[in-house]
Design a protein. Structure first.
Length: 483
């Protein structure tokens, strides 16, 4: 017989010691239907040695009912089924997840292993291995043998909630008899039901900005170029808004239907010809689990400029979000669309967008986002109006303990056109794009539920076309709120 490594000895010895201390008052039995195991096992359990196997154990010493030391190894446990069963039962009743995983490979070798206990131990193991589907299957198997084990059913609901199986989780919660549960479990069940209700309710985010903006007409930096004379910059004050309303309808198996309605607008005092607003509708469908969300949705968008219809846009978007770790998330999207301008048909085009981004939370109060985008407009009446743009964006946000928060944004890109314009001679038009913004706020300052932010922004386009070489600065007071 091979000697086992010493690395996992403390875990199994702890489990057997726990068994030994409780042995006089325990009998060999399956998991009790009334045991509140889920009250002792948290949703997210992590142990540094949880991935080791039972074959990595050394000879261990436990205390018997007579307090005499007993040498125990794998063969010893297999030869004493009552001892093995009690050790597993002790680990389960104590919520010792790492101990359950250590004992599981040994317990699985017993032909007379209790099926409910074995399935439950396998569920814990699968849960720690981040295999929610397999864990749910084992929880269901354990419930098959003990349908009134409310603690196990609650843990099944928890893993289904983590895995975005909202419909199935709601069904399991509905099967729990609230009146028969301890008060602590009643509160947990109510909390999960409230969470599921929020997931399927309409959500609304809105913001209002008081604008003080220079160059609202994107006038070139230079007033003249050759025989051309350009308009002077127009300074504007006004109000801007944005809003987004979204809802999910959960289906079985992590599938869902969605509706997203979003819009934004800018309205200037005394300069209505520069008013700008857009509305976008995006119904969709998707699938989500513990780490992923995949969505497919067509969209329709309408834009008004100068109080007239400016463009209509229709297309489809595919988006995939993935959580690699609790602090790291990536987002990838592809979009294709067709835009029509009823009054300026020479601007009609098709477009393609590919976007990837990663957001990393260094801690609960700070995050960093990095994004790369490539955008293409083609199929225009004039070949010279077609372009390809590559861009980079960076966002940093921080919330300090004293309540002050800040967000810094930076973006840069290069837009290259297929042909020259009147002001680039024989060269293709090239635009170098730069943008930055700084927002500061204090979370204790509240105005009717809105948190005010002071935002300073700067935009700059360096172009070899004098008409499109411009910059603008903006100061805005933003009021934001989520419902």
């Amino acid at each position: 017989m091979k000697n086992w490594s010493y690395r996992m000895a403390p875990q199994l010895s702890g489990v057997l010691l726990l068994f030994a201390l409780t042995f006089p008052s325990r009998t060999a039995m399956a998991v009790s239907p009334d045991d509140d195991m889920s009250a002792r096992l948290p949703i997210h359990t992590s142990h540094s040695s949880a991935g080791a196997s039972a074959a990595a154990l050394t000879h261990l010493t436990a205390t018997s009912t007579t307090a005499e030391p007993v040498e125990v190894d794998e063969l010893g446990l297999l030869a004493q089924p009552a001892l093995l069963h009690q050790a597993m039962a002790a680990a389960i009743h104590a919520g010792h997840a790492a101990g359950i995983r250590v004992l599981l490979p040994v317990y699985e070798k017993r032909q007379d292993a209790d099926p409910a206990m074995l399935a439950y131990a396998r569920a814990i193991d699968a849960r720690l291995r981040k295999q929610p589907g397999l864990a749910a299957a084992y929880y269901n198997e354990s419930l098959y043998h003990q349908p009134s084990a409310h603690g196990i059913r609650l843990q099944l609901a928890e893993i289904l909630i983590e895995d975005q199986k909202n419909s199935e989780a709601a069904h399991q919660l509905a099967l729990l008899p609230a009146a028969m549960l301890p008060e602590t479990l009643q509160h947990r069940v109510a909390g999960y039901q409230s969470l599921l209700a929020r997931r399927s309710a309409w959500s609304l985010q809105t913001g209002i900005r008081i604008l003080n903006e220079e160059n609202i007409n994107n006038a070139p930096r230079r007033r003249t170029a050759g025989n051309w004379t350009f308009d002077a910059p127009v300074h504007g004050r006004g109000l801007a808004w944005d809003a987004d309303a979204a809802k999910l309808w959960t289906l079985t198996g992590g599938r869902f239907l969605s509706m997203d309605i979003s819009g934004w607008g800018k309205h200037y005092i005394g300069h209505k010809r520069y008013d700008d607003a857009m509305l976008r509708l995006a119904p969709g469908l998707g699938h989500a689990d513990m780490a992923n969300q995949l969505r497919l949705f067509p969209f329709l968008a309408y834009r008004r400029f100068g109080q007239r219809i400016y463009s209509r846009n229709a297309g489809v978007r595919v988006q995939w979000d993935h959580h690699w770790a609790p602090r790291l998330k990536t987002m990838a999207a592809m979009e294709a669309g067709r835009q029509i301008h009823p009054r300026r048909r020479f601007l009609d085009h098709r477009s393609h967008l590919i976007s990837v981004a990663a957001i990393y939370h260094t801690n609960a109060a700070q995050s960093l986002l990095l994004g790369l985008d490539t955008y293409r407009e083609w199929d225009t009446p004039d070949v010279a109006d077609r372009f390809h743009m590559h861009s980079l964006r960076v966002d940093w946000a921080r919330q300090w303990p004293n309540g002050i928060g800040a967000r810094l944004h930076f973006n840069t890109g290069l837009r290259t056109y297929r042909g020259p314009t009147l002001l680039t001679h024989d060269d293709r038009r090239r635009d170098h794009i730069l943008g930055s913004a700084l927002s500061v706020w204090h979370r204790k300052i509240d105005m009717a539920g809105f948190t005010p932010r002071l935002t300073l922004s700067h935009q700059r386009i360096r172009s070899n076309s004098a008409l499109h070489d411009w910059r603008k600065r903006q100061i805005a007071v933003e009021l934001q709120r989520a419902f």
